[in-house]
Design a protein around this ligand. Structure first.
Ligand SMILES: [Zn+2]
Length: 230
């Protein structure tokens, strides 16, 4: 490994360790479940959570580095038991730089029922561009979970998939974006559940969903300031 790759891995170890604290902050995980990974840019490598280590003990040093077949390359612990699914997503989707998995309660309740979350909220249109889709049932081990994630998300606007009877997988251009999608997925799932208990949620027009998604993805947020005189 050259010095630049070593430096990048060091940074990503810090970032991925820190992002795990967001999973506990937003109550997305219980005990040691859930995991975040980041692709090492330009390398067939990823940084991922170790298996079975308490969230309080996750540090940059405890993160592990695997190749995109899920084989441990660097680290003192065994990689997350979901490593094969993360690796499959990175192999199949070159634009993805981060992957997150949780069993967050409300989103996973929809997964338990085998139901997509229909889009009845502007916040869902913004982040997900429509429904949050349900993916197939798949057993852990091998590529089945990864295949189900990719088959559901390829060509879909949503960066989140509800894997049936299991939980949430999210993708992003980097690990932070994937964590944000996991947080927003749970938020939307909770509100959608409450709406369904209150009555019949009101459908949104597809044109409005499209307009919200386009604005949020392309216009919303801090834009570069144009230089004076331009
Ligand atoms: Zn799981």
């Amino acid at each position: 490994m050259n010095a630049e790759v070593t430096r990048q891995i060091g940074e990503l170890r810090e970032t991925v360790a820190r992002l795990h604290a967001e999973l506990t902050r937003y109550n997305l995980v219980a005990w040691t479940s859930g995991n975040v990974s980041a692709r090492v840019p330009g390398q067939d490598l990823m940084v991922i959570k170790p298996s079975g280590v308490s969230y309080d003990d996750l540090t940059a040093a405890t993160m592990v580095v695997c190749d995109l077949d899920g084989v441990l390359v660097e680290g003192d612990f065994a990689p997350s038991s979901d490593t094969a699914a993360h690796a499959y997503v990175y192999r199949a989707m070159p634009e993805v730089g981060g992957v997150v998995h949780t069993h967050s309660s409300y989103a996973t309740a929809w997964a338990a029922c085998g139901e997509s979350i229909p889009c009845h909220l502007t916040a869902q249109a913004d982040e997900f561009g429509g429904e949050i889709p349900i993916g197939p049932f798949a057993l852990i081990g091998g590529d089945d979970i990864g295949k189900g994630i990719v088959a559901t998300l390829a060509g879909h606007r949503s960066p989140a998939v509800l894997m049936r009877n299991h939980g949430v997988f999210t993708i992003g251009r980097d690990a932070r974006a994937a964590v944000k999608a996991a947080v927003m997925c749970e938020d939307v799932a909770r509100t959608a559940h409450l709406a369904h208990t209150l009555g019949q949620p009101v459908p949104m027009a597809q044109a409005d969903i499209d307009a919200l998604y386009d604005r949020y993805q392309n216009v919303y947020g801090q834009q570069p300031v144009a230089p004076a005189g331009s």
